[in-house]
Design a protein around this ligand. Structure first.
Ligand code: ADP
Length: 448
């Protein structure tokens, strides 16, 4: 096992990793930008190193500074969290060259899955069903038209290097194709430095269902069930739950076992998530995330596993300590992503947090780095906390969520808590009856 781990992240996920390390008896090193000198992850870590100015590209994305911080502190491994460098194969390679362990899969697996066309090809070859679409990248309008004709409209144009819901455009018919392709290409170029796009059938009423996997890089892998992340705004998840209200246990086992076998064949190491759209009883692979997800706690709540500790154990060379038959699911969990944003307009609301009171009680978990007097910097993602609630049944979970939200106090900045309070009164949400377009439609319908 490692003696010291550097956490190359900030906010709630840096705390999440720190907690796992501490329970394993591992020393922690926090890194931070000058804007985060007073952040909670810095206060709680055993050591901390300032790695640059506020802009992420100069600090949390600054590979040279992070490697230097490892060398100064003698950290043997790096946990990248999510976002920032967590899916950066070059970072994984550079750490390996410096004999520092990257806590995650091999650079080769990150590369394959980071290229969405390559990822789809790999998934298909491993027997995972994919969304119908172009075989590879599409650069010419004539090619795009051919694909549109063969799969039928509407289609969605997506960036090969995409992430975070950016660079996606829908074309409802051939006449909309030209503008959709050129807009997606220029957005992709601006956001990812790579303008390549591909085309997929645009599914009209799917759910987003993803399967959590855990592999040991030694040919063994298991699945930890699925999460339903269909409640999205601008292709970004807002609320996640496990299990999906749409699946029964036979469907869960069937897709889970297929995915676990594929990951074993890939020799996949660590945690990973295979994302699907699910419509009319069929699964369609859209992408794989080769890292810990924001929504991993709902899986932890229903399996009792600590996914970060599993990542660390496997990275230190242990083989998988569970067989598939050891994994049991119990109850239901829901996560609400709480952002420092206006709950109606979603305008960011950074600034000083005057007071915080977190809900508590049985089955309530808060993953957050907030404290009273903390100043939320304007430079980073607006996620300030996650409320995760467990119940024996989905109904109990929803009641507990309602109760928890009513106790939650964050003063000084605006938050998205009121949005969740509104959602809990909606019959479709109560019944678990929603697809990936539900939230956008609800927001449009109820906008003043
Ligand atoms: P990103 O990596 O940017 O998150 P994804 O490929 O994971 O992109 O897609 C994000 C979301 O976009 C999905 O959860 C879904 O809501 C929507 N989406 C992606 N592909 C399709 C598709 N073929 N049809 C309909 N919606 C899609």
């Amino acid at each position: 096992m490692f003696d010291k781990i550097l956490i190359a992240n900030r906010g709630e996920i840096a705390l999440r990793v720190l907690r796992a390390c501490r329970e394993l008896g591992i020393q922690t090193v926090a890194v931070h930008s000058t804007a985060d000198a007073d952040a909670m992850h810095v206060k709680l870590a055993d050591e901390s190193v300032c790695i640059g100015p506020p802009a992420a590209k100069d600090s949390y994305l600054n590979i040279a500074s992070i490697v230097a911080a490892c060398e100064i502190t003698g950290a043997e491994a790096v946990h990248p969290g999510y976002g920032f460098l967590s899916e950066n194969a070059k970072f994984a390679d550079i750490l390996t060259e410096h004999k520092i362990k990257f806590i995650g899969p091999s650079a080769a697996n990150i590369r394959t899955m980071g290229d969405k066309i390559e990822a789809k090809r790999t998934a298909k070859a491993l027997g995972i069903p994919v969304v119908p679409g172009s075989e590879g990248g599409v650069s010419e309008l004539s090619e795009a038209k051919k694909v549109g004709k063969s799969i039928g409209y509407p289609v969605i144009i997506k960036a090969t290097a995409g992430g975070g819901g950016r660079g996606m455009k829908v074309a409802n018919n051939e006449s909309e194709l030209e503008l959709a392709v050129s807009t997606a290409q220029s957005e992709a170029k601006a956001a990812f430095g790579n303008g390549e796009v591909y085309i997929e059938k645009y599914l009209q009423k799917p759910r987003h269902i993803e399967v959590q996997v855990l592999g040991d890089g030694q040919g063994r892998a298991i699945h930890l069930g699925e999460r339903d992340c269909s409640l999205q705004r601008r292709h970004q998840k807002v609320w996640e739950e496990a299990h999906s209200p749409a699946l029964n246990s036979a469907q869960r086992d069937s897709i889970g076992n297929r995915v676990a076998k594929a990951m074993a064949d890939l020799n996949y190491e660590g945690v990973g998530t295979i994302e699907f759209l699910y419509e009319d009883g069929e699964f369609y692979f859209i992408e794989m995330n080769t890292r810990l997800q924001v929504e991993h706690p709902v899986t932890e709540m229903i399996t009792g596993l600590d996914l970060v500790q599993e990542q660390i154990r496997i990275a230190s060379g242990s083989s998988l300590q569970y067989k598939q038959s050891d994994i049991t699911f119990s109850g239901h969990a829901i996560e609400c992503r709480i952002n420092a944003e206006n709950a109606a307009t979603f305008t960011p609301s950074p600034g000083r947090v005057d007071a915080v009171h977190f809900p508590g009680g049985l089955g309530v978990r808060i993953d957050s780095a907030l404290y009273s007097g903390y100043r939320i910097p304007p430079y980073y993602d607006s996620l300030i906390g996650k409320l995760i609630v467990f119940g024996k049944t989905r109904t109990e979970c929803m009641m507990r969520l309602k109760r928890s939200l009513s106790e939650f106090v964050i003063e000084g900045v605006e938050t998205t808590i009121p949005l969740f309070q509104r959602l809990l009164n909606e019959p479709d949400i109560i019944d678990g009856n929603y697809d990936i377009h539900w939230l956008e439609k609800f927001l449009a319908r109820t906008a003043k």
